[in-house]
Design a protein around this ligand. Structure first.
Ligand SMILES: C[S@@+](CC[C@H](N)C(=O)[O-])C[C@H]1O[C@@H](n2cnc3c(N)ncnc32)[C@H](O)[C@@H]1O
Length: 344
């Protein structure tokens, strides 16, 4: 009897049920990524490839289960197995190291934190009721939870700073700022965007406007002797410091329309003559193409009260808050700059 030829194609894979199965199990990849990041595996590979048994001992893991986890991550270029049970860093895995320039480990731990993970598991509730399950699960609103203590705060705010680091210099370059402007970064986190803006605009002054516990960890001192900045503690729902330009990055997407109008109106009331607002967020366009903005939109739905918006939706917010939308500036990142000037 002749041997049957080894099949070179897998026609069954054309059955769309296999694709649906893959979508349904997609959550296991971020689970593996979180486990590797949390265990600090990448920190133990800085000197070269290592046998998984050694790695497991150093990070305090079960060798077989660590192997299975890294094997999955290696299918998408995060770590690489050499065929003898040794794993090495790849360019992506390098960024999971804790103390390298551009480390993304804290961003991964933030994005896979239980505050996002558990609420995503309850997305159906948000879809049915129009409200996030966050308060039911965590007993308080999102930003109150992340103000509970220093360790909890660090999960979000250090992670958020790391997530914003790659986009901040690019966005700062795309901001078309008037000379000698007082630039207020509203909810500016640890100040990463303002750092880039001040470096690019030597005649500007920066104001980092944030909650007090977040300002305690700000990074503006990285400018050294250059002291063109001040800190402003406050609540953006009740006030804004005076300035020429209001940067509002990854803020409006956290909130419902009514609260966005309050933030924008406070800036409108405080802005100097000839000033402007630069809202930096994803701008959603129509169509079925993959769009990271539509992914993070569901994070806003499940953990917060906000959403990603279209240009028309930003225009409506601006109108209600006394601003006129002048243009949308693409930045080359996933975010655009939505510019407004005071409506006359
Ligand atoms: C999603 S983060 C964005 C941080 C930063 N703009 C960035 O792009 O990396 C939202 C920020 O809003 C700040 N925030 C939340 N509620 C606030 C309030 N009522 N007043 C001032 N800042 C607030 C948080 O502390 C947090 O840093």
């Amino acid at each position: 009897m002749e041997n049957s030829p080894v099949p070179t194609e897998r026609p069954a894979e054309a059955d769309p049920r296999f694709a649906l199965m893959d979508h349904a199990m997609g959550y296991l990849f971020p689970a593996a990524l979180r486990a590797a990041a949390a265990l600090g595996v990448a920190d133990h590979l800085g000197t070269g490839p290592r046998p998984v048994a050694e790695l497991a001992e150093e990070v305090g893991a079960d060798p077989l289960n660590l192997y299975r986890t890294l094997r999955l991550l290696a299918t998408r270029g995060i770590f690489a197995e050499d065929g003898t049970g040794r794993f090495a860093l790849t360019a992506a895995a390098e960024l999971l190291r804790t103390d390298v320039a551009g480390s993304f480990r804290s961003a991964i731990l933030m994005l896979t934190d239980r505050t996002f993970w558990l609420t995503a598991g309850e997305l159906e509730e948000a879809v049915r009721t129009g409200t996030s399950p966050f308060e039911r699960l965590f007993g308080m609103p999102f930003f109150d939870h992340f103000a509970r203590d220093a360790d909890t705060a660090a999960v979000f705010h250090v992670g958020m700073a790391a997530m914003s680091d790659p986009e901040n210099p690019v966005i700062a370059r795309a901001c078309d700022l008037p000379p000698e402007a007082v630039v207020v970064d509203v909810g500016g986190g640890h100040g990463g965007l303002l750092l880039s803006v001040l470096r690019d605009n030597p005649a500007s002054h920066g104001v980092l406007f944030e909650q007090p516990h977040v300002l305690r960890e700000h990074r503006l001192a990285e400018l050294g002797a250059d002291d063109r900045w001040t800190l402003a503690t406050g609540d953006f729902f009740t006030e804004a410091p005076p300035g020429d330009v209001y940067l509002i990055k990854r803020i409006l997407h956290d909130w419902d329309d009514e609260r966005c109008v309050r933030i924008l109106r406070n800036c409108r009331e405080a802005v100097y003559d000839q000033g402007r607002v630069l809202v930096v967020d994803a701008v959603i366009t129509q169509g079925n193409a993959p769009d990271p903005g539509k992914v993070i939109d569901l994070l806003m739905m499940s953990s917060l009260t906000g959403r990603e918006r279209t240009r028309a939706e930003f225009e409506a917010l601006f109108d209600q808050a006394g601003w006129r939308l002048t243009r949308v500036i693409p930045t080359g990142t996933r975010l655009s700059i939505v510019e407004g000037v005071p409506a006359t």
